[in-house]
Ligand binder design. Structure first.
Ligand code: AHG
Ligand code: MN
Ligand code: MN
Length: 340
């Protein structure tokens, strides 16, 4: 998967467009804009820690600009980067209750953009990896006027493109156009501000030896999940037990799962039957990527990408990662028949 060929994100997108004649230049234009937004957010994320050191306390910084929470900065940056160019008819963000219409003077496009501008925000102050997640659909509503809520509530298997940017020890941009198109990772070279292909055609291992979930919620878990985790801890696989890893940023935990294999879980539990993670702009894009890399993603029973969203911010339990690992936890869950 690691690659040495010198391939920039723009070149890869343009070449990808040639490989898939049905892809219009529009998706390339969208991805290039997202790459620009990613660089700007990465810059801000990397200096966020300085805000406190350099006295950017309170509401004003030295430029007399309001020092925004990073989530809001990322949210506004993405809208500013994506609301022109005539690609979209509507957008939706974790940071906005309702759907987001394009400015009145902007040309209306045929695509829909959903995003989590900053995922893992509780980790910002501890300098732990955070990310941005995006999901792109074609509009389904009639006409060529402003898009509607219906355009934003499509099943995940209809996505055209999904991806994320992980702001970690380095900044990596991962995207896929779905099954058969491969999953590609590009690492930002800060020396000349370009994303270079670093992970060519990512395939998730069929099984891993890492499980990832918040064990602080153990006593609220369904019985089947408790049995599954105990089984992993009590048995050896290829001579070794499973390891626990949990960053608390979905983008970081899923990215590690994509590369190393294993399973990431945010379950429904006794207190929150639907769990915490949002279907439309966290679970659907991440499931689209993991499935395109040969993995599996369900809510414990149903394929995430088949679920019909009923509300913009609706939550869903998620079990996502290596096929063998997800199939095994589903078996434990079905045998316990949803007992707690
Ligand atoms: P966000 O910062 O966009 O609200 O997402 C946070 C999510 C997700 O990134 C992570 O997997 C999960 O919250 C962690 O939740 P717990 O702290 O409850 O484990
Ligand atoms: Mn999130
Ligand atoms: Mn968020």
């Amino acid at each position: 998967m690691a690659t040495t060929r010198f391939m920039t994100l723009p070149r890869h997108i343009i070449e990808g467009e040639k490989l898939h004649p049905e892809a219009t230049g529009e998706l390339s234009g969208i991805l290039l804009q997202l790459g620009l937004a990613a660089k700007l957010i990465s810059l801000e994320v990397n200096k966020a820690g300085l805000a406190n050191i350099l006295g950017f306390t309170g509401d004003e910084n030295v430029h007399g600009e309001k020092v925004k929470k990073l989530d809001m900065f990322a949210h506004e940056m993405l809208i500013k980067a994506m609301d022109h160019g005539g690609h979209f008819c509507v957008m939706a963000s974790e940071e906005e209750e309702d759907i987001i219409h394009l400015p009145p003077h902007q040309k209306i496009g045929k695509y829909v953009l959903l995003f989590d501008p900053l995922d893992g925000s509780s980790n910002i102050d501890a300098n732990i990896s955070i990310g941005t997640i995006f999901s792109i659909y074609k509009r389904v509503s009639e006409g060529d006027g402003p898009g509607t809520l219906e355009d934003c509530l499509q099943q995940g298997y209809k996505q055209e493109v999904a991806g994320y940017i992980l702001y970690g020890s380095s900044t990596i941009f991962v995207y896929t156009a779905g099954h058969g198109h491969g999953v590609y990772g590009f690492t930002l070279d800060p020396a000349f501000g370009e994303f270079l292909l670093s992970h060519d055609d990512i395939k998730i291992p069929k099984q891993g030896r890492i499980y990832s979930l918040n064990e602080g919620n153990y006593f609220s878990w369904p019985k089947g999940l408790k049995d599954y985790i105990k089984y992993l801890q009590a048995n050896y696989f290829e001579g070794k037990p499973y390891q626990a890893r949990y960053v608390g940023s979905m983008v970081a935990d899923v990215h590690r799962t994509l590369l190393y294999g294993g399973i990431f879980i945010y379950p429904g539990d006794r207190r929150n039957a639907k769990g915490k993670l949002r279907l439309s702009y966290e679970c659907n894009p991440m499931s689209f990527i993991v499935e395109a890399a040969g993995g599996r993603a369900t809510d414990g029973k149903e394929r995430i990408l088949d679920k019909k969203p009923e509300a913009l911010h609706e939550r869903t339990p998620i079990y996502i990662g290596s096929e063998k690992d997800v199939l095994l936890v589903e078996k434990f869950l079905s045998e316990a028949r949803e007992a707690y």
